[in-house]
Design a protein around this ligand. Structure first.
Ligand SMILES: [Fe+2]
Ligand SMILES: [Fe+2]
Length: 311
């Protein structure tokens, strides 16, 4: 039983210690959200950060391992992967660089995060919601509070996992039993620290209880459904259980239609294979390299999309 050291005050103290996300994350996100940009624009912003460019290429080649062709330039890699995938990689690499997730199952964490991102994007596209890329990013980041817990409260995080195993609780139920805060509230504080827009912050804060959100409900509901659909279920995701189960599980969040369900399954199947090999290679990046502490001044655009000064 852990000491009850995890409350929102102690978490906020730790959030302050997190370094700022590197510049390249904001620039990549800006390019991905702008419909008028090309692969060349994305290549240009990533190439300005040479360490990041090298890591992206390393990961890309892990995905194409065994194929006769090695992808050795970003200009070849970006069209093959697509903008969202590249953005998710840059974001994930940066988070891994700035944090230590200790001895926890990093792969399982990112598997669920990537799955939720792919699913949220597929739901948004299938249901004609605007801003599919923001839904995708909200999916990727929805459990970011857990990263802070793994880094700064490893004993408490482990206690949650133990209680889940012993009592069959889900993560939130175990947190409720042990602490006076949870990964959603901690994640929301991390979102503030890292300057995420309000729609992503809302999705992080309310993804287990969408009814508690006052606004930006689409972002919250889609993330909540995507989170359910990508819960680990043995070696698969919950979504593989079948259409009827998914309709029922998502009923009070973002409802799932048959066309949406098929699109989610198709996208997950296509993209998770690619991510599998990334995830294996990501182990390489577990140790924090140089911490990027450079302050990035930024403001939020009208749509809640990050923009950098002067852009
Ligand atoms: Fe969660
Ligand atoms: Fe989750």
């Amino acid at each position: 039983m852990p000491v009850k050291t995890l409350n929102i005050e102690s978490a906020l103290e730790r959030v302050k210690e997190l370094p700022t996300l590197p510049d390249v994350v904001f620039k990549v996100n800006e390019v991905v959200n702008d419909k008028n940009t090309s692969s060349a624009d994305l290549e240009r912003v990533i190439s300005r950060d040479q360490a990041m460019a090298a890591k992206v290429l390393k990961l890309v080649n892990s995905a194409f391992y065994g194929l006769p062709r090695k992808v050795d330039t970003l200009s070849l890699a970006i069209p093959l992967l697509g903008f969202s995938t590249v953005r998710n990689l840059v974001m994930s690499i940066s988070i891994l660089d700035l944090t230590t997730m200790g001895s926890f199952d990093v792969k399982q964490f990112w598997q669920h995060a990537f799955g939720t991102s792919i699913t949220a994007r597929a739901i948004a596209i299938a249901d004609n919601l605007p801003d599919a890329e923001t839904h995708s990013l909200a999916g990727l980041l929805h459990d970011i509070g857990k990263v802070l817990m793994m880094q700064y409260f490893p004993k408490e995080y482990q206690a949650v996992l133990d209680l889940m195993e012993a009592n069959g609780f889900n993560f939130l139920q175990a947190e409720k039993k042990l602490f006076s805060t949870n990964h959603c509230l901690i994640g929301s504080a991390v979102a503030d620290k890292w300057g995420f827009p309000d729609n992503i912050k809302a999705a992080i804060e309310h993804h287990h209880n969408p009814k508690s959100a006052y606004d930006l409900k689409d972002y919250v509901a889609v993330t909540a459904s995507a989170n359910i659909l990508t819960q680990p279920d043995e070696d698969k995701f919950f979504v593989m259980k079948g259409f009827d189960e998914c309709v029922e599980a998502c009923e009070s969040f973002h409802p799932i239609r048959v066309g949406t369900y098929r699109m989610v399954l198709g996208d997950l199947e296509k993209q998770m294979q690619l991510f599998e090999s990334f995830l294996d290679r990501m182990e390489v990046f577990r140790k924090p390299s140089e911490l990027v502490t450079q302050e990035v001044s930024r403001k939020k655009g009208d749509s809640g999309i990050w923009t950098l000064p002067g852009k």
